[in-house]
Design a protein around this ligand. Structure first.
Ligand SMILES: [Cu+2]
Length: 351
């Protein structure tokens, strides 16, 4: 549905999707709706029969998350708000953070993610790396974009590190920050990486991303109607680790920088959340890569640095044998030239 006709010109394609919206239907979308092309509002007639969930997450949308950078500038981010408490207008408008609050579940649970985006726009939630049936996949252009409410049902069968993100006008919405960590714990619970897998005492979730602040005043529909708004030209000027500026703040920020005791085992859940290739170096520490993209490696690999591309995740165990302060650096590289565009830094302090 909503598929481009392969022989169409760009103009004809735009016309067909626009017509589709006009005939179809999300209905009553308000003034912003007329400007949107390439959103797919038509839900199938049959809605999924939902099972009784073991756990429920509720998310709204917040498109006003000011982030103060280390140079003093403020960049507006978008994200999903946690509306479990029912805050905001009908689940909308609750306070959100960048990145969005983590979703954390146990392997085998039936999970519902209830999304409420209101009636003025479209968004989705794609649980990246999870494999639900298509009605819960949340990829706009192969299912539909959500207006109002929708409940995604999914059941993760493999413990590991994932993330969730919006898949409406994806290039823009993901860049604007509409993502959060998604952690699946094994039956053993927190402290074990996967079923029968290695244990850990300390955990870090590093979602590393680049930001092009020139995109951050765009409307949610920007570029969908065929105009060139520059989404093919990413020129990042900020480099962040889990929502903290990697220029300086991430070196010490609670929740990003790690403080641990010698002898403890640290699990780094590294998420390449940007579009550019990245290289992470662990400050000279040895990292044992135990899993990638939510699956254990057949044999773990010892490294001091790792290369990753968009949406990849790596789970690494670090067990420092000496006290000290170790500076972790992540280079963000131009995807064609390989030139380093910026470096985000944080620290592991071992006492
Ligand atoms: Cu979105």
């Amino acid at each position: 549905m909503g598929r481009r006709r392969s022989s169409s010109t760009a103009t004809a394609t735009t016309t067909s999707t626009t017509t589709r919206m006009g005939g179809g239907g999300g209905g009553g979308g308000g003034g912003m709706m007329g400007a949107a092309c390439y959103v797919y509002p038509v839900r199938p007639a049959e809605v999924p029969a939902l099972d009784t969930p073991d756990v429920v997450y509720s998310r709204g949308v917040d498109m006003n998350i000011p982030m103060t950078m280390d140079d003093g500038r403020t960049v507006n981010m978008w994200g999903f708000s946690d509306t479990a408490g029912g805050g905001g207008m009908g689940g909308m408008g609750g306070a959100a953070t960048f990145p969005s609050a983590a979703i954390r579940v146990t392997q085998g649970q039936v999970v519902h993610t209830r999304l409420n985006v209101g009636m003025m726009m479209y968004h989705t939630i794609h649980h990246h790396g999870i494999e639900p049936e298509y009605r819960s996949d949340g990829v706009g252009h192969i299912s539909w974009d959500v207006q109002g409410n929708y409940t995604y049902q999914w059941r993760p069968m493999h413990a590991g590190t994932y993330f969730y993100h919006c898949h409406t006008n994806t290039v823009l919405h993901a860049e604007m920050g509409m993502y959060g960590a998604l952690i699946v714990d094994p039956p053993e619970g927190w402290g074990t990486a996967f079923e029968g897998g290695p244990g850990y005492d300390v955990e870090a979730i590093w979602a590393v991303d680049e930001i092009d602040s020139s995109w951050h005043g765009l409307n949610w529909t920007a570029g969908t109607c065929g105009g060139d708004v520059g989404l093919n030209d990413l020129n990042p000027d900020y480099f962040v680790i889990t929502g903290v500026d990697g220029a300086q703040s991430a070196l010490t920020a609670p929740g990003v920088a790690v403080n641990m005791n010698r002898g403890q085992r640290l699990l780094v859940r590294y998420i390449c959340a940007g579009y550019m290739p990245q290289q992470i170096r662990f400050g000279g520490l040895n990292a044992e890569v135990i899993a990638s993209d939510g699956r254990p490696l057949p044999n773990s690999i010892n490294v001091t640095q790792l290369d990753a591309v968009s949406a990849e995740r790596y789970d690494c165990i670090i067990q420092p044998s000496r006290r000290g302060t170790y500076t972790v650096e992540i280079d963000i590289k131009h995807w064609v030239t390989g030139n380093v565009l910026g470096t985000a830094r944080t620290r592991i302090t071992v006492v």
